[in-house]
Design a protein around this ligand. Sequence first.
Ligand code: URA
Length: 233
Amino acid sequence: MASEEKNQNNIITTEPILENIEYIFDNKPINRFKTKPKVEDASIKLNELKKEIENIENCELKKNASKIVFSDGDYKSKIMIVGEGPGQKEDQEGKPFVGDAGILLNKMLKSINIDRKKIYITNVVNFRPPNNRKPEPSEISKYSNFLRKHIAIIDPKILILMGSTAMESLFGSNIKITKERGSWKDLIINNKTYLCMITFHPAYLLRQPENKKFSWTDLKEIRKKIDQLNIVL
Ligand code: URA
């Protein structure tokens, strides 16, 4: 419905009659916080993701593991690390990087003034592969969807991929870590770009300590970026 009126120049104007006037002039207070705080949202989504992974079917890794190893650290952190998969100690404790590789990881982080508790850590696969074998390509690709969701929920400013399995999970298997490590890359998930550094896995460095010098270069580069982006840890 509309009412018609002539203005001073004799032009007919049409004014809409606001049938939903009660709605527009609602006497309820305006909710200016329609969306829930992001952080609360993230913790709910993380719990949902964890349940989704726990309910995975036909998975050899899950069948052989004692429990899920989902993550450790601060989910609000702007720095996220992705390793390969849980070992024996991680499988017992349900936390990533608590064995020998974890001890080295903590030292590496400390060397660039990062406290492990202030960052967020997860793995490509969340159940321990039998006898600590490397996850199969089919397992890496099966878990890659979970990892992508995980990254999108944490929404880090810097993503650190430790080792070739993490690299493969997110960038495919046609590249070599010896070539790709040490430079910044863009990883795109759901149209969002994540700044990403590929570097050697601490377990590899325990076996090949002569390559620690490359990791040191990468760590310094990571520290530089944290400072440039004014990330407070
Ligand atoms: N190696 C990994 O990649 N992740 C762990 O959690 C432990 C060792």
